[in-house]
Design a protein. Sequence first.
Lengths: 113, 111
Amino acid sequence: DAGVTQSPTHLIKTRGQQVTLRCSPKSGHDTVSWYQQALGQGPQFIFQYYEEEERQRGNFPDRFSGHQFPNYSSELNVNALLLGDSALYLCASSLTGGNSPLHFGNGTRLTVT
Amino acid sequence: AQSVTQPDIHITVSEGASLELRCNYSYGATPYLFWYVQSPGQGLQLLLKYFSGDTLVQGIKGFEAEFKRSQSSFNLRKPSVHWSDAAEYFCASGGSYIPTFGRGTSLIVHP
């Protein structure tokens, strides 16, 4: 049973560029959440997708956008990259309804130079 | 707004010693509470969760946590630490399946 998979594992971009990160949820899960984890910090909630709609959003600018596909996989897009966007981006999946905790992928390490 | 405080940035213990990691939450109602562990370069793995019922929760890898409403705490414990327990530990609290994470406690284990 495959867990949450994220790609790529590492990425280096230049300021001003755009980036797309991908996530496939754990089998049977229908909800995907994205978190940003800066070095030495806890994960910060970016947004959550369910039924291809953004269900809830954290305190992140509109430069951060996402998408969920019919097969429940998801993408995180970040436009106009800033140095401060350098972080580990974590995808987590869960099952809507009931007491379903988050299952995390290993993350994508984004470095902005 | 809900928040989670992990007052200890680093904790150092000797292998075989007992461990307690502190966590305090701020939330109006009874929250959902979680402990996750993160090894270097990895994602977060769920150790245990509390939703309701018995306030002493058993998790994986020999960990347990106790919910104390009067102290707004959910401390993580282990009676005997192994070298492989060295990692970053995150407490999280949420009322809508979107947990808020603390900043983490780094556990260092001396042989």
